[in-house]
Design a binder for this molecule. Structure first.
Ligand SMILES: Nc1ncnc2c1ncn2[C@@H]1O[C@H](COP(=O)(O)OP(=O)(O)O)[C@@H](O)[C@H]1O
Ligand SMILES: [Mg+2]
Length: 279
């Protein structure tokens, strides 16, 4: 299979996307993305395509010039991030849609996919910017959170939604897991509240953060209304989700903010434990 730069139609943090023919694309992973993680994306895709019809068909896993890739159905559309940026006057409508799309995806599932808690624990264990004491606090805290049995995308943001003529299609299921849907919402909130574009001039970064925060406020308000869930049920996932996010590549500033958030949560938990021991 020959891969030419001019066939590249997109890229993300983990991969470059090439058009193969009229209906298929190749997601070619960058060096350094582990085989285990790529196999997980392939397995998740195979499983979820039988449950939902709003994800691209998964065809094959391939190896090209020492790099692993997955062949998918091409979705003829534009990702929602681009759609939002080019139609800012409709941003409130799109932010509300984000909430509806998210709730629609959170169907109950039974098995075949790792649990939210397993995923969070695995990620927290791999973080190198938190103290061992705080990682232990996070692990213990995680244990008493609800299990749940809903499908969680766990990287649900406008860049992973393709808008076509008549529907939305959801891509990038590498991180998918099964558990409490509120964890998945907490993760989207953290990305919208604190996510940064790393390599951009200061003004653009500030503008981007402003719009993200605006989307966050509309998204969460709409989600709580349509799901009948409480903000407390979402917020209680903030600590493990923020700690796990530190495993990913983040800009220095975002990393600093995340570490501070996690350390503050851990300090509160430790103080409460000490106080209750003293009574
Ligand atoms: N099946 C697809 N059809 C069309 N474009 C796609 C498809 N999958 C990905 N893309 C494009 O490539 C970009 C990156 O893909 P994604 O799977 O999100 O990679 P990453 O895991 O690196 O974030 C998407 O935002 C989208 O623009
Ligand atoms: Mg992506």
């Amino acid at each position: 299979m020959e891969i030419k730069k001019e066939y590249m139609i997109g890229q993300g943090n983990t991969a470059e996307i090439y058009r193969l023919d009229d209906n298929k694309i190749l997601k070619l992973f960058r060096h350094g993305i582990s085989k285990e993680i790529i196999e997980r994306e392939y397995r998740n895709g195979n499983y979820i395509q039988n449950k939902l019809d709003c994800i691209p068909k998964v065809y094959d896993m391939v190896e090209i010039n020492d790099r692993l890739g997955i062949i998918y159905e091409e979705i003829k559309g534009t990702d929602m991030l681009k759609v939002m940026v080019t139609s800012l006057w409709k941003i409130n409508d799109y932010a509300k849609k984000l909430a509806h799309y998210h709730l629609d995806l959170q169907i109950p599932i039974i098995n075949n996919i790792c649990t939210v808690k397993e995923k969070l624990e695995e990620d927290v264990n791999a973080v190198d910017v938190l103290s061992n004491e705080n990682k232990e606090i996070v692990r213990k805290y995680l244990m008493q959170l609800p299990e749940g049995d809903e499908l969680c995308h766990f990287d649900f943001h406008p860049g992973n939604i393709m808008i076509t003529d008549n529907k939305a299609v959801f891509i990038d299921w590498m991180t998918a897991c099964r558990g409490d849907a509120c964890a998945d919402v907490a993760r989207t909130c953290i990305m919208l509240k604190y996510g940064e574009v790393a390599q951009a001039p200061w003004v653009l970064r500030k503008l981007f953060s402003f719009f993200q925060h605006h989307i966050y406020k509309i998204y969460i308000k709409e989600y709580l209304m349509i799901s009948k869930r409480n903000i407390e049920d979402i917020n209680r996932w903030e600590l493990p989700v923020a700690a796990a996010r530190l495993r990913e590549w983040l800009s220095d500033n975002e990393k600093r903010v995340m570490v501070q958030l996690v350390n503050e949560h851990c300090e509160k938990i430790a103080t409460n434990q000490n106080n209750s021991r003293n009574y």
